[in-house]
Design a binder for this molecule. Structure first.
Ligand SMILES: O=P(O)(O)OC[C@H]1O[C@](O)(CO)[C@@H](O)[C@@H]1O
Length: 522
């Protein structure tokens, strides 16, 4: 059965939310936070994760109306349809089953009447055995040497996910050096080639379709470079592929035994949980890779089974809709307070903007309300010295997710204390600002009255800028899996409420076609 087709703006909840918004336009986060129970009332926990969303322009009533909206569009039904393998990606005629990839349960998930769980297990065993061989040095290159470098060749979902996770889990990395080539710009591949030795490099070509121009161009360039020192008979020792297109993989010259499966029921930007994550497993070992999947599964179970009032991805999705559709906030910032997550904003840009950047509804009609948010961000504290001026005092409303960790990985407690003081300091500054009176009091001590009057307006912080504090105990493969899955489910929840299809991406096609035409002309 297809997903329901309900225009959110025609629901009763939307009307109530509009009235509620008009009645509460002047709501102040500072005033709301005077309630000493607010933090408890507006926080949720899931094991090592806590989400404090008390510093938002919401009351209990806002929340219950937003939840009413989720119920009225029958989000529950949509969640069940996704998990149970219905064809919810209707425009491409596909199931959407990245959740099955990380499931440890015996529950069968049927695609065309066939349980897909056994093939997932087979693929995982293949990833494990291959990773173990490469990491242990048993897998030898064409001159008998062990592998030292892994090059992931892919783009979009076949690059951003693995690249972000490998970067984020650097602390858990083994001796292999992992590189990512994505851009068709030859400078990218050239700089990577400089670092490689053909005798000890493993190339992982990741392309669901195996037709993507950038990936195939980079793969051919790397193969030609490899063949300057080796022969075609050496290719099986150095090239493996992850793809659904077995024919194209074969004609590239890759041994059948070296092909890892991909499936049509996994979308590119949700594919790091499949063999697309092979370079993650190679980089941090299979056990850590499995832990990443387990963390995601914990979030899946929470998302599927928890009532909306206490459902973390649902609440974050609803808050985002509140600002996007009622406050007209166009962008959202993602601000991880760990250098390890520096690639998270880039990854989320594809996940969120390729999914929810849609202008027609599930009926095919042009939409007259706002959908996908613009996502951007960077790591704290660096960004405090870059773009945060605009977030604090600019003219735009930019809801922000602060992501932090209670414990530092390297045990540099002095650094961590300072880092987290900044984390909370920023949240507080955004929410509560600094009043004229406070500034005045501060300047009073400088003694110069003219100077006080002159500087006052520039030093005032209006505050009332919303943010969420997403806090984990520690950055581990498991907690990272949980965080990524949290955003995945937030994306789907928003897509359902906006009545769009989140799992296709026709918008990237036109430019590709035109580039091809132009290429053929010259
Ligand atoms: O894995 P493939 O088929 O090379 O596609 C790469 C990427 O291209 C897109 O289709 C469009 O950018 C993404 O959705 C996908 O992740």
């Amino acid at each position: 059965m297809a997903l329901k087709n309900i225009n959110p703006t025609k629901t009763q909840a939307w009307e109530k939310l509009t009235n509620h918004f008009n009645d509460n336009k002047d709501i102040s986060i500072k005033d709301l936070c005077k309630d000493t129970n607010r933090k408890d009332d507006f926080s949720l926990e899931l094991g090592d994760l806590s989400v404090d969303f008390s510093k938002n322009r919401i009351t209990e009533e806002t929340l219950s109306l937003l939840v009413e909206l989720a119920k009225e569009v029958d989000l529950k039904d949509a969640i069940e349809k996704q998990f149970s393998g219905e064809v919810i990606n209707a425009t491409e005629g596909r199931e959407v089953l990245h959740t099955a990839l990380r499931s440890n349960s015996d529950e069968a998930v049927l695609v065309n009447g066939k349980n897909i769980k056994p093939q997932i297990q087979t693929a995982l065993r293949k990833i494990r055995s291959f990773s173990n061989k490469v990491i242990s040095g048993k897998w030898k290159g064409y001159t008998g040497k062990s592998i030292t470098d892994v090059v992931n060749i892919g783009i979009g979902g076949s690059d951003l996910g693995p690249d972000m996770v490998v970067e984020s889990l650097q602390y858990y990395k083994n001796q292999l050096t992992t590189h990512f080539v994505s851009n068709v710009d030859g400078d990218h591949v050239s700089e990577i080639i400089k670092k490689l030795n053909p005798e000890t490099t493993l190339f992982v070509i990741v392309s669901k379709t195996f037709t993507t121009q950038e990936t195939i161009t980079n793969a051919e360039t790397l193969k030609n470079w490899f063949l300057k020192s080796a022969t075609i008979f050496d290719i099986p020792k150095h090239f493996v592929a992850v793809s659904t297109n077995l024919e194209a993989v074969d004609s590239f010259g890759i041994d059948k035994a070296n092909v890892f499966p991909m499936w049509n029921w996994v979308g590119g930007r949700f594919s790091l949980w499949s063999a697309v994550g092979l370079s993650i497993s190679l980089s941090v070992g299979f056990d850590n890779y499995r832990a990443l999947l387990d963390g995601a599964e914990e979030m899946d179970l929470h998302f599927r089974n928890t009532e909306f009032e206490n459902n973390i991805p649902v609440i974050l999705a609803l808050l985002s809709i509140w600002y996007n559709n009622f406050y007209n906030a166009e962008t959202e910032a993602v601000l991880p307070y760990t250098q390890y997550l520096k690639k998270l904003p880039d990854y989320l840009q594809q996940a969120i903007m390729e999914s929810n950047g849609k202008g027609v509804d599930r009926n095919g009609d042009k939409i007259d309300y706002q959908t996908g948010t613009i996502v951007w961000g960077s790591t704290g504290t660096n960004m405090q010295h870059a773009f945060m001026q605009l977030v604090h005092q600019g003219t735009k409303l930019i809801p922000a997710d602060f992501i932090g960790y209670k414990e530092s990985l390297h045990g540099l407690t002095d650094h961590h204390k300072k880092l987290m003081a900044n984390f909370y300091g920023q949240i507080e500054a955004l929410a509560f600002g600094k009043t004229k009176e406070e500034v005045h009091l501060e300047l009073k001590f400088s003694g110069d009255k003219d100077k006080i009057a002159q500087l006052l307006p520039f030093k005032v912080f209006e505050g009332n800028r919303p943010s969420n504090a997403i806090l984990f105990d520690k950055l581990t493969p498991k907690s990272l899996g949980k965080l990524i899955a949290l955003y995945e489910h937030k994306i789907y929840t928003q897509g359902i409420i906006w009545n769009i299809y989140s799992y296709d991406q026709f918008g990237v096609e036109l430019g590709k076609e035109l580039a091809k035409k132009l290429l053929n002309k010259h």
